[in-house]
Every structure is written in structure tokens, then in C-alpha cells.
Design a protein around this ligand. Structure first.
Ligand SMILES: C[S@@+](CC[C@H](N)C(=O)[O-])C[C@H]1O[C@@H](n2cnc3c(N)ncnc32)[C@H](O)[C@@H]1O
Length: 315
């Protein structure tokens, strides 16, 4: 049923500029079409994921009557930030430059996202907010049934999410981690690995770079989400190594996912570079050696370049 309904909307939903592929778009649509309560999105950009989630809500029999997706994003970037160029380029490509609000200091694209998702206006509430502290002042329902995470993948940005949003999940709620298979997601990979190990969540589907989880803790409001986040950061490398093992056991899992996780491990070791001793060097050597000799060379070169040029713009 979701597949047929998605096909009816495929042309529109796959035409929107965004950072997710068609398979991920379908999964977001499907999960939202089956949600039993509030749907929250962290990270909308121009609204590709937003439209897919809202379209899913629009056909969801349990959420009839104009239930809303709460979509949170800064919708704004400093003029000198690497993302600014991408915003300008994408707006130009889609003939939307006139909808940007550009000042000397920043570019604001909320009007673009509103415009592109306007056919689902009934089902979307945008919150323009930069996550850098508490989320408790935002008006978010007490119970969240579907939470889509597509923001920076560092533990500092995750902290307020762990404090104010994760406790609002119910047993059987769904949690989507976009960019799981991404070399700079190391801190969240470790967190989700720990949550899986202690049976707080379980993986339902892994599609492209997204992982779709179900919350299986009986009482999520009593889970120590913050304590576990802190713990995962102190055991980061060990947890990522376990995540690599877990991922290797998933039937049909693409090598690119393993390559990304292995580079996430390298990134995590490098981050603690003040303490980088011979031991760490040996670990990095063995990961790179394994990647160069056992995996697709082009994919490895590309990710190695990304790692070495992470302070440049994304390729
Ligand atoms: C990868 S993009 C989201 C892509 C989108 N889901 C799609 O389907 O195309 C990440 C988004 O996170 C937002 N973002 C990054 N840091 C943020 C922060 N601290 N607070 C709020 N939004 C932030 C950016 O503005 C950007 O739109």
C-alpha cells in the first residue's frame, strides 16, 4: 500500500533538491504513513525529507485531520560557512534564488523550504531553531512516535536531543538515523551501537546511508539517554569496532557502508590526536591497510580524500 501511494507521488517527491536518495525517500514516506503519533524531523534543508514525511502523514489513516510534522532546522547559515555555497548553488540550480534572504552575515532559506513543500502545508509546522543548547522551550508533543535525525552527527548537537526529545519516544516508536554510513558520524554511530547493545533500540531496516530503528525499551522515559551518550563517547572506538562487526553480518549490506564505518573509526581515533601514540598509529595503519587491499579502491580513495580535506568544502 505505501509503495503504490508513493508511486503516485514519486515524480514530485523525487524532484525536490535534497541529500537523500529515492530509496530513503520511500522509506521516510512509508514510516510516516504508518506512524501512530507525532512525527518530528531534525534537519530539513530544502525539504526533501520534509515532503516525504508529510506526504506519508497525508495518507496515514491514524493521523487524519491534518496532523502535523514538526520540522526543526536553523534554515540559516553564516555567509562564510561551507554550507552557504551549497545553499546558493542549489537555489540557483532550481531557480529559487529570489526566495533566499541574503544579508552580509547570513543566508536564510526558510521561504525556499516552505515554497517547495507547500502542497503539504496542512501537515507541516516549521520551527526555525539553531540547536546549541536546550530544546525544552520548543513546543513539541509529549509523545513522539517517529523521530528523524538528519543534523550534524556530533555528541554536542545530540546532547539536547537526548535530553529533551528521546525521552518522549514510546516503546515501539521509530528513530531514524540519516547518514549512519558516513565517515563523520562516528560519535552517533558509537551512541546507537551502545543503545542497540543494551536493547534500548533495534535495527529494523538499513537503506542506503540511513538506519531505521524501533525503540524496544519498555519505558523510554526512564532510559538514561544522556548518561548513555556520555558513556558512548568514552568508549567510542570500541563501540565503532563493534558496529563494523554488526554491519558486516547484515546480509546484502553494501561494502560502502563498511568502508564508511571504518573511516569513522579512523576519524574517531584522529579526534583524540593529542594523545595519539604509537598504539593509535598502529590501529589507523591496520584499518587503512585493510581498506586498501580488501575494498573498492575508488570508494576508499574518495573517503580518504574527504577525511584529509574535511576542513575544505564537501566534494
Ligand atoms: C544534511 S542537511 C538535512 C537534509 C535534509 N533532511 C534532506 O532531506 O535534504 C542538515 C541540516 O541540518 C541543519 N543544521 C545543522 N546544524 C544545525 C543546528 N545546530 N541547529 C539546527 N539545524 C542545524 C542544516 O541547516 C541543514 O539543513
Amino acid at each position: 500500500m505505501p509503495r503504490i501511494e508513493f508511486e503516485k507521488r514519486r515524480e514530485f517527491l523525487t524532484s525536490l533538491p535534497g541529500m537523500i536518495d529515492t530509496n530513503e525517500r520511500f522509506q521516510l514516506f512509508k514510516y510516516a504513513s504508518q506512524a501512530k503519533g507525532a512525527v518530528v524531523e531534525m534537519g530539513a534543508f530544502f525539504g526533501a525529507s520534509t515532503a516525504c514525511l508529510a506526504a506519508g502523514i497525508s495518507i496515514n489513516p491514524e493521523l487524519s485531520g491534518g496532523a502535523k510534522l514538526i520540522s526543526i532546522d536553523a534554515f540559516k547559515v553564516g555567509a562564510k560557512h561551507a554550507l552557504a555555497k551549497h545553499v546558493l548553488h542549489t537555489a540557483k540550480k532550481y531557480n529559487l534564488t529570489d526566495k533566499l534572504h541574503i544579508t552580509e552575515k547570513a543566508i536564510d532559506w526558510l521561504a525556499v523550504t516552505r515554497h517547495l513543500t507547500s502542497r503539504y502545508v496542512r501537515h507541516i509546522e516549521f520551527i526555525q531553531f539553531t540547536v546549541n543548547g536546550s530544546l525544552s522551550n520548543l513546543s513539541i508533543p509529549e509523545n513522539i512516535d517517529l523521530l528523524f535525525l538528519d543534523m550534524p552527527k556530533d555528541s554536542i548537537t545530540m546532547h539536547p536531543v537526548a535530553k529533551d526529545l528521546l525521552p518522549k519516544l514510546n516503546c515501539h516508536s521509530k528513530l531514524i538515523f540519516q547518514d549512519y554510513a558516513y565517515l563523520f558520524s562516528d560519535e552517533l554511530i558509537a551512541y546507537f551501537e551502545l543503545l542497540e547493545q543494551i536493547n534500548v533500540i533495534r535495527l529494523c531496516t538499513s537503506i542506503s546511508t540511513s538506519n531505521f530503528y524501533e525503540v524496544i525499551a519498555e519505558n523510554p522515559s526512564r532510559v538514561d539517554w544522556i548518561g548513555l551518550l556520555d558513556r558512548s563517547q568514552s568508549e567510542c572506538e570500541d563501540l565503532i569496532s563493534k558496529a563494523i562487526k554488526r554491519c558486516s553480518q547484515i546480509k546484502g549490506k553494501h561494502d560502502n557502508c563498511i568502508i564508511a564505518l571504518k573511516f569513522a573509526l579512523v576519524n574517531s581515533i584522529l579526534k583524540r590526536s593529542e594523545h595519539l601514540g604509537l598504539q593509535s598509529q598502529k590501529r589507523i595503519y591496520s584499518v587503512i591497510n585493510d581498506l586498501l587491499f580488501n575494498y573498492d579502491k575508488q570508494a576508499v580513495s574518495l573517503m580518504l580524500t574527504e577525511l584529509l580535506t574535511k576542513d575544505f568544502e564537501r566534494m
